[in-house]
Design a protein around this ligand. Structure first.
Ligand code: ZN
Length: 149
């Protein structure tokens, strides 16, 4: 990665950590899950509104390091208006980007590519993937479904 790109990526991460997007509870959420990364102490609660297999809204709250907060912020932006299947595919690509040497940065990752540098710091990969593991729990684990009835 060249220095210019690294600086640009760093700026986006700092910006999303300082002013996280979609950082609030979601009253109309019908899916919710909590995530915890004991290695770093990152905690987050993820809220989703899913209608007809589509994520129509997403938000989060929590406390964590810059990487975990920026990752959750970028994730909630990215998954809005995606189907559950699309969100699963994005997670797969994101996970590969952070764990596999020479993994492609696919188009569906969009702005999430700014986190590709985390790969160089294996202990931080869990910070970057926490929001995504929480998303998987919110999407697929029925125990986490919150009834809005
Ligand atoms: Zn962390």
């Amino acid at each position: 990665m060249n220095d210019h790109l690294r600086d640009l990526y760093q700026e986006v991460i700092i910006d999303h950590n300082r002013s996280p997007r979609n950082y609030h509870p979601l009253e109309k959420a019908n899916h919710k899950a909590e995530g915890f990364n004991p290695l770093c102490g990152d905690k987050l609660t993820l809220y989703l509104t899913i209608e007809d297999n589509k994520i129509t809204d997403a938000s989060f709250e929590g406390e964590g390091c810059a990487i975990s907060t920026a990752s959750a912020s970028l994730m909630t932006e990215n998954i809005k208006n995606k189907t559950i299947e699309e969100a699963d595919k994005i997670f797969k690509d994101f996970h590969l980007m952070l764990t596999k040497e020479d993994a492609p940065i696919t188009e569906r990752l969009g702005k999430l590519s700014v986190l590709s540098g985390v790969k160089e710091f294996p202990t931080r990969v869990k910070c970057a993937t926490l929001a995504w593991h929480t998303l998987e729990a919110a999407l697929h684990d029925s125990a986490n479904i919150v009834s809005t009835e």
